[in-house]
Structure formats: structure tokens, C-alpha cells
Design a protein around this ligand. Structure first.
Ligand code: C2E
Ligand code: MG
Ligand code: MG
Ligand code: MG
Length: 286
């Protein structure tokens, strides 16, 4: 009887796996089509200098707008794209379009700022990664110093040496490296040193409870102190309240990103914000 039960379970599991697999295949097909038919687009979330409250940069965040008008969040399709390898062409598309947009804003008179782009390790491991970034910079004319690549320590790195060589080559070109979601992944401190990152982003989970949970507050204070001694620029992510903002300023956080200042904006709305800011700036200057 146990045997029969076991077999029944195996059938049940394998049915579920088959179902999961066919869902993945369907989504992969849909996503490939989305890339070809330009259903993917970028939103931009402003990054603010904590003290002066000036705009210092934006982070490009991918969105999938289906023909039905439904917006799909990256959390719902990036992991699958990483699994199937589709992240490579998608990632290239993101870097190209983010750099193009940054150059366009620059040409329109937006002063020096940073365009941050998320890259997956799966994308970096692709043999042409460094060349493709170099090509995009040349093609768009964006100065390499204005491009920041955000890497996440969320996944253990497969080939550390190879990744390291590539990140160093990019650094030599002038591109900057940022450690995303700091504090949530593997061997955080080791990677910071190894990859010679310039920017460190404190993960939202710590910021979220910074005023309510003394342990989280201590962690954030420790990260800020460590970053200061390593001369890194620290960006707090997911800042939603005045209280969080006050706490971060008080402990020397450099830049702020979060709904408290701005949600991710469409390119159009971002352009409008730049225009408003220019009016305010010149209003003060003259
Ligand atoms: P991330 O890089 O850590 O991006 C920050 C996420 O936090 C974004 O979610 C942003 O919309 C959200 N966020 C920002 N401020 C606040 C806030 O004050 N409160 C709350 N609750 N959320 C806030 P989003 O756009 O859904 O992106 C999710 C993740 O997907 C990103 O996390 C990133 O890891 C990944 N991702 C997005 N675009 C790309 C891309 O082009 N390539 C790759 N490889 N990954 C991407
Ligand atoms: Mg990011
Ligand atoms: Mg993050
Ligand atoms: Mg992330």
C-alpha cells in the first residue's frame, strides 16, 4: 500500500512540475515576443543628495507593458529571464536604452548625473559583456563615468575570477560599480573589497523598519560607518517616510532613493521633473 501511495505522490509531483514547466515555457515565449515587439520600457527613479536634496541620478527600472495595458513588474519576469538566458538580450536592451536616454537628457542641458542600470550575473558571464557595454557607450556617446552598473550579491557568483576581471575592465573604462541590496546576500564585505565598488545601496528591508526596530537601526548605522571608512557613496533605498529620511541624514547617508521623494517615473515625467528643477535652479541663481 505504501508503494501505491508513493507512486501516487510521484505522479502528483510530476504533474505539478510539468504544469510549472509549461507555464515557464509560455511566459518565456511571451517575453521573447515582448522584447521583439517593444513591449518593454524603462522607468526612472530619481536619486537625491540627502543634504542638498538635489537630483544626482536616476535608476533605470524595467517594466513590461502588455498589449492589454497590464504592467508586469520585473520581479515577475527577471528571475525567469535569468533562468532561460533571455536576460542577455533583455539586459543589453536595457543598457542601450538607458544610455540613449541619459545622453538625450544630457544634450537637453541636464547637468552631470548618474544613470544606474541593474545587471544580473548571468548577463556579466556572457562572453561579450564588456565589449557590448563599450559598444553601447561609443554608439550613444554617453561618458562612461555617467554609467553605473548595479550588481546584486543575492546570488552566489559562479566564476568569481572571470566576473572580477570583467568588472575591473569596465572600471578601467570609467564605468562605476554599485553594490545593490547590500546586507541581504552572500559575503557582503568580501565582495565590496574584491569588486572595488564605489556605490553601496542599503537594502530596503533595513530602511523599512529603521525607526521601529533598534536592531535594524544598528545595522544601518554600522553600514554607514563602514562605508564612510571605505570612502563609498551610500544610497538608501526604499525611503518612504520623513522619519527614515531624518535618521539617514543624521547618520551621514549620502543619497536617498524612495517614494518619500519620488516613485519611478516614465521617461516623459522624468523629463518634466528635470525641466521643473532647471526652472527652480535658475530662479535661485539669478
Ligand atoms: P532594485 O534594483 O533593488 O530596485 C529597487 C526596487 O524598489 C524597484 O522595484 C523600485 O520601484 C522599488 N522602490 C523604490 N523606492 C521604493 C519605496 O520607497 N518603497 C517601496 N516599497 N519600493 C520602492 P522594481 O522596479 O519592481 O524592481 C524590482 C527589482 O527588479 C529591482 O530591484 C532589480 O533587482 C530588478 N530589476 C529591475 N529592472 C531591472 C533590469 O533592467 N535588469 C535586471 N537585471 N534587473 C532589474
Ligand atoms: Mg537596483
Ligand atoms: Mg535594491
Ligand atoms: Mg534587487
Amino acid at each position: 500500500q505504501a508503494k501505491a501511495l508513493g507512486r501516487g505522490r510521484a505522479v502528483f509531483y510530476s504533474e505539478r512540475l510539468t504544469q510549472e514547466l509549461s507555464q515557464k515555457i509560455a511566459m518565456d515565449t511571451e517575453l521573447r515576443r515582448a522584447l521583439e515587439q517593444e513591449e518593454l520600457l524603462l522607468y526612472y527613479q530619481p536619486q537625491i543628495d540627502a543634504v542638498s536634496q538635489e537630483l544626482v541620478g536616476v535608476e533605470a527600472l524595467i517594466r513590461w507593458k502588455k498589449q492589454s495595458g497590464v504592467m508586469v513588474s520585473p520581479a515577475a519576469f527577471i528571475p525567469l529571464a535569468e533562468e532561460t538566458g533571455l536576460i542577455v538580450p533583455i539586459g543589453r536592451w536595457v543598457i542601450l536604452n538607458a544610455c540613449r536616454q541619459a545622453k538625450q537628457w544630457k544634450d537637453a542641458g541636464v547637468p552631470l548625473f548618474h544613470m544606474s542600470v541593474n545587471v544580473s550575473f548571468r548577463q556579466i558571464s556572457e562572453p561579450n559583456f564588456v565589449c557590448s557595454v563599450a559598444d553601447i557607450l561609443e554608439e550613444t556617446g554617453l561618458p562612461p563615468e555617467e554609467l553605473v552598473l548595479e550588481i546584486t550579491e543575492g546570488t552566489a557568483i559562479q566564476d568569481e575570477q572571470e566576473t572580477l576581471q570583467k568588472l575591473l575592465a569596465l572600471k578601467q573604462m570609467g564605468v562605476r560599480i554599485s553594490m545593490d541590496d547590500f546586507g541581504t546576500g552572500y559575503s557582503s564585505l568580501g565582495y565590496l573589497k574584491l569588486f572595488q565598488v564605489e556605490f553601496l545601496k542599503i537594502a530596503q528591508t533595513f530602511i523599512y523598519e529603521v525607526s521601529a526596530d533598534p536592531d535594524k537601526a544598528s545595522i544601518v548605522k554600522a553600514i554607514l560607518a563602514m562605508a564612510r571608512s571605505l570612502k563609498l557613496t551610500v544610497i538608501a533605498e526604499g525611503v518612504e517616510t520623513e522619519e527614515q529620511y531624518r535618521f539617514l541624514i543624521e547618520h551621514g547617508c549620502d543619497w536617498i532613493q524612495g517614494y518619500y521623494f519620488h516613485k519611478p517615473l516614465s521617461a516623459e515625467d522624468m523629463g518634466r521633473l528635470f525641466a521643473e528643477q532647471a526652472v527652480i535652479d535658475s530662479g535661485h541663481a539669478r
